[in-house]
Write a protein that binds this ligand. Structure first.
Ligand code: NAD
Length: 347
């Protein structure tokens, strides 16, 4: 096979240093595959084993990414002595058991968002990580996306002043909704904007109000519209939906921050790249997990590099902590309650 000119040239007899972080991945669905493809392109990482409740998924991805072991269960995977850290990428309401089992076996853990769909579970995970002295990092990916991270940095440096108002939208296609309506919209996608708002304001939420709308009465909501009041008086407003036609195939993500000494806008819809093949316009992802040079780049890779560094150096993550994951779940749970009870909820 001809060498890809963009790949590094083969090393000339210099042995690589073997200090790999040995990882197990629980959950081999769509995002589990994104994890495996990303980890495969990172140096100093060895994925030792994978598992999934649907074993054929684990076997298929193990073959595709040359992973030597397929564990019959997460219990077997987390007990392996040749694993240092575990990534839990299971369905949203199936994070608790694998995370707790991994922590009990002394593994460091990366858990996808939402950390849990129940506040008590998220709190117990955080307590268990502290009790066992392990790293527990929730996957709030956008903290590793350069545009959002730049806004955070500008705010932290005081250049924009104090945040007074934030607004966000996050629209996804109906097709994605057909898959992900299994979990309340707020835990599935709006949680990204909730986490960013908590990060940008450095405030706790005092009260929330949410409304949901379903295209077909009586079915799962297609849209969530919500307001957060922060303890210092700042307001956050956002909506998230599964309403875009499938052919749109875009990330319609926008966030605006209005602060006492300036403002910031992040717009992923106009990301600066449009392709016009004969089949119709395309807007490829350049942000979250773009596939370039034979591996995955972007925010997911940065998140995993940071997690691996925390594990190697045995440091607690500060860009995103277990407490941050718990706080996001607390706000999500209150928003679900607000929509159901049709009233403002104090936290
Ligand atoms: N940060 C992001 O941008 C982002 C994007 C997509 C998904 N996610 C998150 O990643 C997680 C996985 O999402 P997905 O899209 O891959 O879903 P998916 O349905 O494609 O895959 C989930 C997999 O978990 C497996 N599973 C469920 N319970 C299990 C258990 N107890 N043991 C082993 N395997 C189990 C299922 O069989 C399935 O294969 C979710 O929490 C989701 O919200 C995050």
């Amino acid at each position: 096979m001809p060498l890809d000119p963009l790949q590094p040239a083969p090393a000339r007899g210099i042995p690589a240093r073997r200090e790999n972080l040995r990882i197990g991945v629980v959950g081999c669905g769509a995002f589990g595959e994104s994890y495996l493809a990303t980890l495969a392109g990172m140096t100093g990482i060895e994925v030792v084993a994978v598992t999934d409740a649907m074993p054929e998924r684990a076997r298929r991805l193990a073959k595709r990414y040359s992973i030597p072991n397929v564990s019959p269960s997460f219990q077997e995977l987390v007990a392996r002595a040749d694993i240092d850290a575990v990534c839990v990428v299971t369905t949203e309401d199936q994070h608790f058991e694998p995370v707790m089992a991994a922590l009990r076996h002394g593994k460091d853990v990366m858990v996808e968002k939402p950390m849990a769909t129940r506040l008590d579970e998220a709190q117990r995970m955080m307590e268990a990580a502290s009790e066992h002295g392990r790293v527990l990092m929730p996957g709030h990916l956008l903290r590793f996306e350069p545009r959002y991270a730049t806004v955070k940095q500008q705010l932290a440096e005081g250049r924009l002043g104090r945040v007074l108002f934030l607004s966000a939208r996050r629209n996804r296609t109906k097709g994605q909704g057909r898959i992900y309506k299994r979990t309340p919209l707020v835990f599935e996608t709006a949680i990204h904007d909730i986490d960013l708002m908590l990060w940008f304001t450095c405030q706790k939420v005092a009260s929330v109000r949410a409304w949901t709308v379903a295209a077909v009465a009586g079915q799962e909501p297609d849209l969530l519209c919500a307001a957060l009041k922060f303890q210092d008086g700042a307001i956050g407003m956002f909506h998230a939906s599964w309403l875009l036609p499938d052919r749109t195939a875009v990330f319609d993500d926008h966030l605006q921050v209005l602060a006492t000494a300036g403002a910031a806008n992040v717009d992923l819809l106009n990301a600066g790249l449009t392709l016009w093949p004969e089949s119709g316009p395309e807007h490829p992802d350049t942000s979250y997990e773009p596939r370039l040079h034979g591996s995955i780049q972007g925010a997911l890779r940065e998140q995993l590099i940071y997690f691996a560094r925390c594990c190697r150096e045995q440091r607690l993550p500060t860009i995103v902590s277990a407490a941050d994951g718990v706080e996001a779940v607390r706000v999500c749970a209150a928003l679900v309650q607000s929509a159901v009870e049709d009233r403002e909820i104090d936290l």
